[in-house]
Ligand binder design. Structure first.
Ligand SMILES: *[C@@H]1O[C@H](CO)[C@@H](O)[C@H](O)[C@H]1NC(C)=O
Length: 445
């Protein structure tokens, strides 16, 4: 009996051996003050959701958008039978690193499958995510969005994941951070195949419009700091807070929230966030091809988490050696500010007729606590099977008049961004992130 109990406890997702896991290097700089930066060796790992999961001998546990019922009749059996394997970063996922810059390709035709987008995490060593404590700090990187059309989102952001991918907390999370386990964000995503070291296979519903994805009965919630969600046409800087401390598995609308109506506000997290999108905030001359921040060529993005604990999030750009201050909001009822603060969120939500769920879930006070505990850096490229990224770069919601405050978010047509269209027409789209620097305010640019 004791042996049986121990055996049950030992059940875990395993590590596959079909493909060696060699993390691409991504070195960055830690800056004490301006001109005083030291190099930090880093590497990135692919999120577990993109990885091949099989029975250890190469028989799929998950194929297309469904679990294979013989191996996965329930979550426990599935977790025990299935392994996560290594990733061929370039051949399968279109990921390339030259040491200081990482290129993510949108569609990659591999020998076994076609890969769409990717999500990677910065590690401090082979099996631990780097944890960034953001209060009173500055995060800087260069980006090339010139090859990202309407509907794509090159996203660089922080989430409050466990540094070890949940390995210490959850007996089943053995592959840990090395294999990209432990993801969570403020949408409480339920499309994750593994949460808390267990398969999310029970009650899995394949997504009708997505050949690769489905949704399980659990989601995974945590606070999220969207430093960068952009394509060549629009950009957004957005904090989201959750009532959670760190990553928390959710189930049902009262925890996970939902896509629609009031469900959005019912869960643990502020799904909407408090966003600063320059176009939406009334300046259509600032960000885009040929504009003040010219998205036809690379530029540097500086984000300052001002105050300890943080009270304001500020943004600057550097392009062709010139520092460019963020545009100021130009909307009746909102101060002409270029920064995000509780006051800005209050005014913006009111002017746009939106619910201030950021405030309801804790606002900047909560964000400061999250920043103090620390967050993991995510680098991703994705398209949007729910609403075609219209919330970022177009008129949204589409049933509202564009002249209504907050509805006009970018120049893209409401017909743009459909996954079928962008995955065929813009398969070769890429985003390049590089020259990451982190440190004291005004030290990195
Ligand atoms: C890596 O790529 C980036 C972006 O393309 C480029 O700016 C940088 O010079 C490259 N570094 C090396 C060492 O080749």
């Amino acid at each position: 009996m004791l042996a049986a109990a121990l055996f049950t406890f030992a059940c875990s997702v395993g590590v596959g051996t079909k493909t060696p896991e060699n993390h691409p290097k991504l070195n960055w700089q830690n800056c004490a003050s301006k001109g005083s930066c030291s190099q930090v060796s880093g590497e990135v790992t692919m999120d577990s959701n993109w990885r091949w999961t099989h029975d250890g001998n190469g028989k799929n546990c998950y194929d297309g958008n469904t679990w294979i019922s013989s191996l996965c009749p329930d979550d426990k059996t599935c977790s025990d039978k299935c392994v996560l394997d290594g990733a061929e970063y370039q051949a399968t996922y279109g990921i390339q690193s030259n040491g200081t810059a990482l290129t993510l390709k949108f569609v990659t035709h591999g020998s076994y499958s076609t890969n769409i987008g990717s999500r990677l995490y910065l590690l401090k060593d082979k099996s631990t995510y780097y944890v960034f404590k953001l209060n009173n700090k500055e995060f800087t990187f260069s980006v090339d969005v010139s090859k990202l059309p309407c509907g794509l989102n090159g996203a660089l952001y922080f989430v409050e994941m466990d540094a070890d991918g949940g390995k210490a907390k959850y007996a089943g999370a053995k592959p840990g951070a090395e294999y990209g386990l432990g993801y969570c964000d403020a949408q409480c995503p339920s499309d994750l195949k593994f949460i808390n070291g267990e398969a999310n296979s029970e009650g899995w519903k394949p997504q009708s419009g997505d050949k690769n994805a489905g949704n399980g009965k659990y989601g995974s919630c945590c606070s999220e700091m969207d430093v960068w969600e952009s394509n060549s046409q629009a950009t957004a800087l957005t904090p989201h807070v959750c009532k959670t401390t760190g990553q928390q598995r959710c189930s049902g609308k009262s925890e996970c929230g939902g896509q629609d109506g009031q469900d959005r506000f019912a869960g643990l997290c502020d799904e909407d966030g408090c966003d600063f999108n320059n176009w939406r905030m009334g300046d259509k001359t600032f960000f885009g091809p040929g504009l003040i921040v010219d998205t036809k060529s690379p530029f540097v993005v500086v984000t300052q988490f001002y105050g300890s604990p943080v009270t304001e999030i500020r943004r600057k750009y550097v392009q062709n050696g010139k520092v460019i201050e963020n545009s100021k909001s130009n909307i009746p009822g909102i101060d002409a500010t270029a920064a995000i603060s509780d006051h800005f969120c209050e005014q913006q939500k009111k002017a746009f007729g939106d619910t201030n769920d950021f405030k309801n879930k804790g606002g900047f006070a909560k964000l400061g606590q999250v920043f103090d505990r620390g967050m993991v850096l995510v680098l991703s490229l994705w398209d949007d099977h729910q609403v075609a990224m219209l919330w970022l770069d177009s008129t949204y919601p589409t049933n509202k008049d564009k002249s209504q405050p907050g509805v006009d978010r970018g120049p893209c047509p409401t017909s743009s961004g459909k996954p079928d269209d962008v995955e065929s027409a813009s398969a070769d789209a890429t985003v390049v992130y590089g020259n990451i620097k982190f440190g004291a305010l005004d030290s990195t640019y």
